[in-house]
Design a protein around this ligand. Structure first.
Ligand code: AMP
Ligand code: MG
Length: 315
């Protein structure tokens, strides 16, 4: 049987037996394992080459499942679940003992999300356990937004890849923590801060990195395409890099004389988000020496896009 397919029953069987399945979500593809099976959780870290201090997000079919997994859920967190789940928002809450310390890297809190993808939801509903599912890429590399991306990078190491087509959001989930007195955004992502603030008022954003970050997905060199990347005014950067094999990732404008991919031909920020990781991978395939790119307007999803560009540039 091919490793790549659309058989939810097969995926459920493999997960029940402790195997690893790559799953589609609206954000990026996840590398899923039974959240109640410590051997399976350990395999996720090994396959991704992910350091054990980088905790995993637990995916559930609906918010009622949190009854046994999280505690002290504040009304604002409840509200966000009601409004945005299923969707690209991960909520960090104090955990119960049902959540293994392996998942949380020893933290007393755990991260939860209900993904908004029909196949992921169908799978979660078919299982009697939640799924841990970090992005299905080797640690620090660009997250996969198609089943083929997963196959190229982790093909031999996963037991099955559930193909749900290209991810509709294309950026990882926004992470918000409710473990302190005030809600704190730990990662910018597929749900904008503006949307969150409309529901619960202003939130602080703390996405800086350190050696033991609260949200290690925010380590500065995350999302790296493995090629130097510079951000600024494209024409100027082209002059500075004359003679090199340059690739341009532009926001709206096309550069037909160059190796170029445009993030948002229809000038829509959601489209840019959806195309970003695909663009970084494509540049990798073009074997360019340097990627020249530009900031997008720093609002809505644009903040998360700029955040990923900044991290991709930091190598
Ligand atoms: P990924 O699954 O690769 O998108 O990464 C998931 C991210 O969720 C990790 O990088 C962590 O930063 C974050 N995360 C998971 N659990 C927690 C937690 N208990 N507290 C804070 N952040 C968390
Ligand atoms: Mg990741």
């Amino acid at each position: 049987m091919s490793k790549l397919g659309t058989n939810v029953r097969e995926a459920a069987k493999i997960l029940t037996e402790g195997g690893l399945v790559a799953i589609p979500t609206e954000t990026v593809y996840g590398l899923a394992a039974n959240a109640f099976n410590e051997a399976a959780i350990t395999k996720v870290f090994q396959v991704k080459n992910r350091p054990s201090f980088d905790p995993l997000i637990t995916h559930v079919a609906n918010k009622n499942e949190l009854n046994n997994l999280a505690k002290n859920i504040p009304p604002d967190a409840q509200k966000l679940m009601d409004v945005f789940w299923p969707g690209p928002l991960t909520i960090v809450l104090p955990k119960t003992e049902r959540i293994s310390d392996l998942i949380t890297s020893g933290l007393p809190s755990a991260a939860f999300r209900v993904p908004n993808h029909p196949i992921a939801l169908k799978l979660l509903r078919a299982l009697d356990f939640p799924l841990v599912a970090p992005s299905a890429n080797p640690f620090t590399y660009v997250s996969p937004t198609t089943a083929q991306h997963v196959e190229q990078q982790l093909g031999e190491k996963v037991d099955y890849i559930l193909d749900g087509g290209p991810c509709q959001v294309g950026l990882e989930s926004t992470i918000i923590s409710f473990t302190g007195n005030l809600p704190k955004v730990l990662r910018l992502g597929g749900l904008s801060i503006e949307e969150i603030e409309k529901e619960i008022g202003s939130v602080s954003v703390q996405t800086h990195s350190s050696s033991r970050p609260e949200a290690p997905g925010m380590l500065i060199n995350h999302y790296s395409p493995g090629i130097p990347l510079v951000i600024g005014e494209i024409d100027k950067l082209l002059k500075e890099n004359k003679g090199k094999k340059v690739g341009i990732i532009s926001y709206k404008k096309a550069f037909p004389d160059y190796i170029n991919t445009v993030l948002a031909p229809s000038e829509n920020m959601a489209e840019a988000a959806k195309n970003l990781f695909k663009a970084l991978r494509w540049m990798d395939d073009q074997k360019v020496e340097i990627i020249v790119t530009e900031w997008v307007p720093n609002e809505g999803l644009g903040r998360a896009i700029n955040d990923r560009l900044k991290r991709a540039a930091s190598n």
